[in-house]
Design a binder for this molecule. Structure first.
Ligand SMILES: [Mn+2]
Length: 142
């Protein structure tokens, strides 16, 4: 069971989010980090993957550009052995045209985002650069 959501601005997006996921749950979903993922993007991606799977999405891939280079970031990926994360260059040729993209800890238009796709959902705590109003923002304003 989903615990009650107390934050009103998150609550306001809840139905829109679950409807979007439910309508598209048979598609491939890609949870995308900014380049050179760090702990907050990795944790956000893992959280989003878990939520999408909870809502019935079977195929959720976490992906990134750059390197997971810093020892603490590598350790995080190694410790979480259920954490499978794919390099964008290794999978980008196989992505279906109707795939769904979620950007976490980043948004479109940022210099450190090399994945040039239009996300359906952005969850970020940085200044949002994109002006695409069809994107469902959830936590950028919290
Ligand atoms: Mn980050």
């Amino acid at each position: 069971m989903i615990p009650p959501i107390k934050n009103k601005r998150v609550q306001a997006h809840k139905d829109e989010f679950t409807n979007l996921v439910d309508t598209n749950k048979d598609k491939m979903w890609y949870v995308c980090s900014h380049d050179n993922p760090d702990p907050d993007s990795l944790a956000s991606a893992l959280g989003m993957q878990t939520i999408l799977q909870f809502l019935g999405v079977e195929n959720v891939v976490i992906t990134y550009c750059g390197e997971i280079g810093h020892p603490q970031n590598r350790a995080m990926v190694n410790v979480l052995d259920t954490f499978t994360i794919s390099k964008w260059d290794d999978i980008s040729e196989t992505i279906p045209s109707d795939a769904m993209f979620v950007f976490v800890d980043c948004s479109t238009g940022q210099k450190n985002v090399s994945i040039k796709k239009t996300p359906a959902i952005v969850i970020d705590h940085h200044k949002i650069i994109t002006t695409n109003t069809s994107i469902l923002f959830i936590l950028n304003e919290v």
